[in-house]
Design a binder for this molecule. Structure first.
Ligand code: IPE
Ligand code: IPE
Ligand code: MG
Length: 256
């Protein structure tokens, strides 16, 4: 990885990339095909992307696969997405194990079929000791749901007398939301030209760098990833501090 040699402010890494995989429907429509063809083509991009991230020493890749709101799609499309998710887990878990990749699924699980819930649990179990990298799949995930769940669990502890209400602060929430145990999301990519977050990681993206590309998800390959990484390395991550003359290292402590 290009760790050394860069300027003081150029960000290292990134360690954690999250992607909103958007544009399957438009990719298919441009070919006169139904959305299902776009979703199938989209799934095919994931395997290479995992390898590409691994070889670039990216520790965590988080993929937004199905949002809390995607249940509103036509039933046939939802059904297809569920069956693609199931077959993906069945097919790829073994491969991930061989690659040393640990899989984690975030989001609600109770609205999935028992069969899909089982496949998720088995894939997570099978890959649990993978140490070469982590793949997080966000499915039936919503950023607002995530924050509400964290708030609810803290409130339950207060109600049970296990926690003081004054202990509920940014740190407490940060420790309770999904991905809390992983490195922060450095780079958030969205394909297909839309420039919105669509209820993805709201809390966790507080200081993520955003990268938008017109490329539709089924066309997203290694060159796109490298373009995003190149853009990321040019960013100046200030976290609200002041970047005096391009040197912000230790800025916060220096100002304290
Ligand atoms: C993203 O592709 C995949 C999911 C939301 C599951 P879309 O299906 O949203 O593609 P567009 O936005 O219609 O092109
Ligand atoms: C966001 O894409 C969800 C995923 C990519 C899984 P959508 O296509 O559902 O988002 P909107 O409707 O354009 O905001
Ligand atoms: Mg879309």
């Amino acid at each position: 990885m290009s760790a050394g040699g860069s300027s003081v402010t150029a960000p290292q890494g990134p360690r954690h990339i999250a992607i909103i995989m958007d544009g399957n429907g438009r990719w298919a429509a441009r070919r006169g095909l139904p959305p299902s063809s776009g979703h199938k083509a989209g799934v095919e991009r994931i395997r290479d992307l995992i390898e590409a991230c691994k070889s670039r020493r990216i520790e965590v890749l988080t993929l937004f696969a199905f949002s809390s709101e995607n249940w509103q799609r036509p039933p046939k499309e939802v059904e297809l997405l569920m069956s693609l998710f199931h077959s993906y887990l069945r097919r790829e878990a073994r491969k991930m194990k061989e690659q040393g990749v640990r899989l984690r699924v975030i989001g609600r699980r109770d609205r999935f079929s028992a069969r899909l819930q089982r496949a998720i649990a088995e894939a997570e179990e099978m890959t649990a000791d993978g140490a070469a990298g982590t793949l997080v799949i966000a499915a039936d995930y919503g950023g607002q749901w995530d924050i509400a769940e964290a708030a609810r669990s803290l409130a339950a502890e207060v109600a049970a007398g296990e926690r003081d209400i004054d202990s509920i602060d940014e740190m407490a929430l940060s420790e309770r939301v999904q991905l809390a145990d992983l490195p922060p999301v450095d780079l958030l990519i969205r394909s297909s030209g839309e420039q919105r977050i669509s209820n993805f990681i709201l809390w966790q993206a507080a200081y993520s760098e955003f990268y938008f590309t017109e490329t539709l998800w089924p066309d997203f390959g290694e060159q796109e990833l490298d373009a995003a990484l190149a853009a990321y390395r040019k960013r100046d991550r200030r976290y609200g501090g002041r970047d005096e003359g391009g040197r912000s290292e230790g800025g916060l402590e220096a100002q304290a």
